[in-house]
Each structure stands twice: as structure tokens, then as C-alpha cells.
Design a protein around this ligand. Structure first.
Ligand SMILES: *Cc1c(COP(=O)(O)O)cnc(C)c1O
Length: 362
């Protein structure tokens, strides 16, 4: 079977070399005579695996010493709750800058269960019918415990191109779909969280990077496994961690380092997404419903002008082994997720498919 081009939003493409290394070590890690998945998380050998992953991530993102890096479970959605339980006191309030599907989910989790979440609708539609992010709407409320943002809206295909000034109010950001795809200054954030299944590795692992002064204020009934100060105290091994995903994250971090680090991946992600958007913007068969400067570099949303061709488009793509192009169910249309592991060639293949499909149907 030929290798598929995988444009799924997550779980998503992983570099073949990373999977092959994991395949080898699955049954025998480093000549120990036991596989990585059967190793005790308390063993010295696994501890080295875990510590190495953290060290690499710190290096890649240049994480300052006053930040803890926590390796958790529960996904992005688990963190939507953990953020409130750790940062929002009873009776407190927090600002939610909603730009799309995932920030709205985070807002709802907070508003419906934990306290006063203040909704700021920050995505609007302009006169040309294109979505754009209105940064002027990102104003913090006095007395707010934190301001919440999603850096890249995976479903909607919108990505922030700058950050709001929130003064002393800590910025809490969901980078599930664009972590390690662009350079960031970690010190600008109070908390950065991401699930691993988009740009890093298999699902199961969630990482939270949290500034130390924000630890220690969790609500009493916050589950211990979601209490960041408990996780920090136990080096993320308060309960059994997701050992395999954590290990594979380490392999992915190593791969990113070998590629030249985050700056090089950012350059590639700009190149890849420009290739796709330049094509989509310069013909009449497809279009992109988002203003150019607010488009995601990793989740490229586009539509066929004649939506009655959607099924045929997806079926034809599948025949050619191009999979995962269907847009999220809440939005419709098409979406190509072209994360770090997707090489330029994968985007070239996609663009030539778009061209030939358009030619056959115009
Ligand atoms: C996928 C995704 C989530 C949800 O992650 P789960 O691990 O399924 O809970 C949250 N936020 C963003 C930006 C995502 O892309």
C-alpha cells in the first residue's frame, strides 16, 4: 500500500522516521530486552526518557526557568476545566477572547461550571463576507484573574498574528494546533497548554507550561490529577503518566531539533501555507472564507464554490490517497491540516490535485 498523504486535523501526520524509531523500540528499548511500553515509569531508564523530553522542549521553546512544564492527560478539554480550577477563585472572573470553535468550548466550560467567564466575541465578518479577528475587542476587565485565548483555531482556520496587551493579567493560551510551528516568547504568557496529537505525536499527552507564581491557588475540590501544583511537585508522576505518548513526544522534539528547530519549521510552514493560499486566491473554483492576514498556517480552510461537488471532491481525493480533507462538522467545506510533519511535497501534491479537479469540472 502506498503511503497516504494525511491532512487530518488530529491525530495527524507523524514523521515516518519517528514512527520507525518507535517501532524498533516498541519491543526492545535501547537493548534492555523490554519494550518502551512495558517499562515502569519509576525506572531510571524511563525517567531519563521523560527528563530528556522536557529538556528538549525547554530548549526548542526557550522556556525560562521560572516556568514548570507538566506532562498530563485529559486533552485540551481537560485543560479547559483545569485552567478554571487552578486560576479562577470562587467568585472571581476571567476574560475569554473567543475567536472560533475551541475558544468557545473553553469559554462554555468555564461559564457553565466554574464561574464568571466574560465573553468577548473577537471574530467578525467583513463586507466581502470574509472572517477576520478584531483585536480591538480583546480588552481585559478590571479584576480579571486571567485572559484566555486560542492561538490557532483548528476548526475555523484562523490564527492570531499578534497578541493583545493584557497588562498584569496573565494570558492563558491554547496552542494545541500550532505549538512548535512558530517562534514564541514564552515569557509573554502565564500558561501555555497543548494536546500532543496535532503537532507532536500520538494522542493521550497534554502539556501545560505554567509560570511558577500561578501555582498553588487551585480550588480545594480540583481533582489532584488536574492540580498543576501537585503535578509540579511530583514531576508529572503523581499518577501513572501516559508513558508511550510522552516518549514519542521526546522523539518528535528530537526530530524538530534535527530539522533546525522552531524557526526553521516556521519558515517551512509559511512557505507551505502560502503555496496553498496563493493557489486558492487566484482562481474561481475554490475560495477561502478568511482574510489573508488572519489565516492559519497549519489548518487551511477552503470551500468549493459549487458545494454540490463536495462529495465527489472527497471521493476523488481518497482514490488518490489524499485523506482527511473534509472540514470539521461544525463548519463544513474543506480543510487541509499541514502541520510540522507535512513536507512541502505534500502541499504540492494537494495543489496539483486541486488544479486537476477544477479543470475536470469547469
Ligand atoms: C484539538 C483541540 C482541542 C481539543 O483537544 P482534546 O485533546 O480533544 O480535548 C482544544 N483546542 C484546540 C486548539 C484543538 O485544536
Amino acid at each position: 500500500m502506498a503511503k497516504a498523504w494525511n491532512y487530518n486535523a488530529g491525530p495527524s501526520m507523524i514523521p515516518v522516521s519517528v514512527m520507525e524509531k518507535a517501532q524498533k523500540e516498541f519491543t526492545d528499548y535501547n537493548g534492555l530486552g523490554l519494550g518502551i511500553v512495558e517499562m515502569s515509569h519509576r525506572s531510571a531508564e524511563y525517567d531519563a526518557v521523560a527528563k530528556n523530553a522536557e529538556k528538549l522542549l525547554r530548549e526548542l521553546l526557550n522556556i525560562p526557568d521560572n516556568y514548570k512544564v507538566l506532562f498530563e492527560q485529559g486533552g485540551g478539554r481537560g485543560q479547559f476545566a483545569a485552567i478554571c480550577l487552578n486560576l479562577l477563585p470562587e467568585g472571581g472572573k476571567a476574560d475569554y477572547f473567543v475567536t472560533g470553535h475551541w475558544s468557545r468550548c473553553a469559554y462554555k466550560e468555564c461559564a457553565e461550571k466554574y464561574g464568571e467567564a466574560i465573553l468577548h466575541e473577537c471574530t467578525e465578518v467583513d463586507d466581502n463576507g470574509q472572517y477576520f479577528i478584531n483585536y480591538d475587542k480583546m480588552q481585559v476587565t478590571e479584576g480579571s484573574s486571567y485572559a484566555y485565548l486560542c492561538y490557532n483555531e483548528t476548526v475555523n482556520g484562523l490564527e492570531l498574528n499578534r497578541l493583545p496587551d493584557t497588562g498584569d493579567v496573565p494570558l492563558v493560551i491554547d496552542m494545541s494546533s500550532n505549538i512548535l510551528t512558530r517562534s514564541i516568547d514564552v515569557s509573554k504568557f502565564g500558561v501555555i497548554m497543548f494536546g500532543a496529537q496535532k503537532n507532536v505525536g500520538p494522542s493521550g499527552l497534554t502539556v501545560t507550561i505554567v509560570r511558577e507564581d500561578l501555582l498553588g491557588s487551585a480550588r480545594k475540590y480540583c481533582p489532584s490529577v488536574f492540580d498543576w501544583s501537585v503535578l509540579a511537585k511530583f514531576d508529572s508522576m503523581y499518577n501513572t503518566p501516559t508513558t508511550f505518548s510522552w516518549y514519542m513526544a521526546g522523539l518528535a522534539f528530537e526530530w524538530i531539533k534535527e530539522q533546525g528547530g522552531v524557526a526553521e519549521l516556521e519558515r517551512r510552514n509559511i512557505e507551505k501555507s502560502n503555496l496553498l493560499y496563493d493557489y486558492v486566491d487566484n482562481q474561481d473554483f475554490y475560495s477561502c472564507p478568511i482574510r489573508r492576514e488572519d489565516r492559519s498556517r497549519v489548518n487551511c480552510v477552503f470551500t468549493l464554490k459549487d458545494e454540490s461537488l463536495n462529495q465527489e471532491f472527497l471521493a476523488r481525493a481518497k482514490e488518490l490517497n489524499l485523506i482527511g480533507l473534509k472540514g470539521h462538522k461544525v463548519l463544513g467545506g474543506m480543510r487541509a491540516s499541514i502541520y510540522n510533519a507535512m513536507p512541502l511535497e505534500g502541499v504540492e501534491v494537494l495543489v496539483s490535485f486541486l488544479k486537476s479537479f477544477a479543470k475536470e469540472h469547469s
